[in-house]
Design a protein around this ligand. Structure first.
Ligand code: SF4
Ligand code: SF4
Length: 306
């Protein structure tokens, strides 16, 4: 496909983060795509799961002034003292209520855009990329919007920009294989090795995830970093950490690093803002010495762990 056609491909993004140093080498522009087939209990970006734009409502900022009620074209807002309530079954995320709220209690998360617009915004950071930096597609699950992701990556490669993807790998192989043609580095999430626990924690089986990772190692040359979110009481047991490291050691010849990422609480308020039903998860933040103990298990197997 030529560049003009690639630029027109549409998708939904919920954030573009500049000057990141956590999601790949060097200084990076992280593009967060909306939509994910997994529903991890501990997800810190719950606004990434639904593929469509959504209303976020901060009840703690709402004064109940009522300015938003008459502007809603589908009558989704009504008083519920002392604030207002939103009927999410009819809300179309049009954004009309956001514009009139004097207290910034309302926000639409997610916007339709084109690969060309995303690329243009990222390309403004080119000076900061230096030798190692570049663009990282994340989410959500970037494989959930394969044509859009592929187009952004192709535009970056044509411009000589380093590309990374952060993915759960939960997609058909042909989808992943197409994306990998334009990817320099894969940040591959392995959340849990036991199939039953993986299903319980994320809503999906891990067989396809492990199979795709093996295939990727067998037939593709891109570098892989495996990443494990460490969630105390869920997947942080020694057996799971060792099983993950052993699987990587035995099967993934182009994985150069395993990253253990400690659970954090930054996403907690977002569940309330989306007015999601509680999912029963309650997490604790692991301390540094505990994380180092877990990293030691991986290093003992002979893999660089950070
Ligand atoms: S985003 Fe639009 S449809 Fe949804 S509550 Fe606000 S005005 Fe109504
Ligand atoms: S306009 Fe804002 S502050 Fe006023 S009722 Fe609506 S959400 Fe609350």
């Amino acid at each position: 496909m030529d560049e003009a056609a690639l630029r027109k491909i549409c998708g939904t993004v919920f954030d573009i983060q500049h000057y990141s140093i956590h999601d790949g080498p060097g200084i990076r522009t992280n593009v967060f795509l909306k939509g994910c087939p997994l529903h991890c209990l501990w997800c810190s970006n719950p606004e990434s799961q639904d593929p469509h734009p959504q209303l976020m409502f901060r009840a703690d900022k709402c004064t109940g002034c009522g300015a938003c009620i008459p502007v809603c074209p589908v009558s989704a807002i009504s008083f519920k003292e002392p604030v207002v309530q939103n009927d999410r079954a009819v809300c179309t995320a049009c954004g009309a209520c956001v514009d009139v709220c004097p207290n910034e209690a309302r926000e639409i998360v997610g916007r339709m855009t084109t690969a060309g617009e995303v690329f243009d915004e990222a390309a403004q950071d080119t000076l900061f990329y230096a030798k190692d930096g570049g663009v990282t597609l994340t989410g959500g699950e970037m494989l959930f919007q394969p044509a859009f992701s592929s187009a952004i990556l192709q535009l970056c490669k044509k411009a000589g920009i380093h590309t990374a993807i952060e993915t759960s790998g939960f997609a058909d192989w042909h989808v992943l294989a197409d994306i990998l043609q334009y990817t320099d580095l894969v940040l591959y999430d392995l959340k849990e090795m036991d199939p039953e626990r993986h299903r319980k924690y994320t809503g999906v089986d891990n067989a396809r995830i492990l199979e795709n990772l093996k295939k990727m190692s067998d037939v593709m040359n891109c570098e892989i970093w495996v990443r494990v979110p460490v969630i105390p009481g869920y997947n942080d047991d020694k057996e799971n950490i060792l099983a993950t490291a052993s699987f990587v050691k035995e099967n993934i010849h182009n994985c150069t690093q395993i990253h253990l990422l400690p659970f954090h609480r930054l996403g907690e308020g977002k569940y309330e803002q989306l007015e999601n039903e509680p999912n029963g998860f309650s997490g604790t933040v692991p301390d540094d010495s505990y994380m180092e103990t877990l990293r030691g298990y991986v290093r003992d197997i002979g893999i660089d762990c950070r």
